[in-house]
Design a protein around this ligand. Structure first.
Ligand code: NCD
Length: 330
């Protein structure tokens, strides 16, 4: 009787035959936007466009059939968590949702390394949101399966920045030459930390408009100035609004303040209204990672330049692309 000889394995013993072993990003973690080059971005956005076309044509298809995603959220989420779920299900895969860690063994005191080593026994990829900077990197150190950072405290939110950039490209058809104005809580807002870094791969000008106490961290500004990106800081929007192509509004991150009086003093620092929009370019777009808590009045929603609802939809296609890529199917 012939003896069964198992096929030779590469570095990953769980690799099913027929997968795209040489695909870029196969088996990789997505931890920070710093890991991406311009070529990577072109590739990701190319796949995202294909995902968009497929969703319009067939809605759901079986690219990731049999694959399982663990959605591990230690902080609240509506968009990120549900868009990853939708992305996985539209690709034919399934999801283990852990949106309330207090009902999981985390509340018994289980460490993050142990929780991810548990989940990877049951899932092929883990999406993680955690209140501490560097939590995803720590998880990735222990996990064999890909970890996707869905926000690590005030650190980064790389998948949001990718969808933000995809939104800019889809809406304005270019990134080079644009003036991007980031407004609001630039100190604690992780989305702007990631987006500023990602934009530094292009030729852009960036304005930071924030209260004095919520300025963009020096570390981020230094990284961008080393890449020759012109950056300027303001406390009011008036001066920079007429030259702005992308107005990126953020929520003041109440949960990050140790002194709530400080939060109270800045929580209504900026409000975008229809009157604000009269002073902006006709082809400008307004973006916001959402949730908004008063920074953009609802009357602005009717303005065609309000891109924040479309931005969420672009997020689905980018997250479908990322899942397919790290699982070796794109
Ligand atoms: C952002 C986040 O969680 O950082 N939300 C999101 O993922 N769309 C922004 C925020 O909470 O203000």
């Amino acid at each position: 009787m012939a003896t069964y000889v198992p096929p030779a394995r590469t570095e990953n013993p769980y690799l099913p035959l027929g997968d795209h072993r040489n695909a870029p990003f196969y088996g990789k973690d997505i931890l920070s936007v710093r890991q991406f080059s311009r070529e990577d971005l072109d590739y990701i956005f190319g796949v995202a466009k294909e995902m968009h076309a497929m969703v319009e044509r067939v809605g759901t298809f079986d690219l990731l059939k049999g694959k399982i995603l663990a959605n591990l959220f230690y902080e609240p989420s509506t968009r990120t968590s549900s868009s990853f779920t939708s992305a996985m299900e539209r690709l034919g895969g399934s999801v283990i949702p852990i949106n309330e860690v207090r009902y999981s063994s985390v509340s018994k005191g289980e460490s993050l390394p142990d929780t991810v080593r548990t989940l990877e026994c049951y899932a092929d990829v883990i999406v993680l949101r955690h209140p501490e900077v560097g939590a995803s990197a720590l998880a990735a150190k222990y996990a064999r399966k890909p970890i996707i950072n869905a926000g690590d405290g005030v650190g980064e939110h790389p998948t949001q920045a990718l969808l933000d950039l995809f939104t800019i490209l889809s809406e304005l058809k270019r990134v080079n030459g644009l003036t991007v104005t980031m407004l609001g809580d630039l100190k604690y807002g992780r989305t702007v930390h990631s987006l500023a870094r990602l934009l530094s791969l292009y030729e852009v000008r960036i304005n930071y408009v924030s209260p004095e106490i919520l300025r963009m961290p020096e570390e981020v500004k230094k990284e961008l100035s080393e890449k020759g990106i012109p950056q300027a800081e303001y406390e009011t929007l008036d001066e920079v609004l007429p030259e702005t192509d992308v107005l990126y509004v953020t929520r003041v991150q109440k949960e990050r303040f140790s002194d709530l009086n400080e939060y109270e003093s800045v929580k209504h620092a900026y409000v975008i209204t229809p009157e604000t929009m009269t002073r902006a370019k006709d082809e400008m777009i307004v973006m916001h990672p959402l949730p908004r808590v008063g920074e953009i009045s609802m009357e602005v929603d009717e303005d065609p330049r309000a891109a924040y609802f479309r931005q969420m939809e672009y997020g689905l296609y980018v997250r479908m692309a990322l899942l397919a890529m790290v699982l070796g199917k794109a």
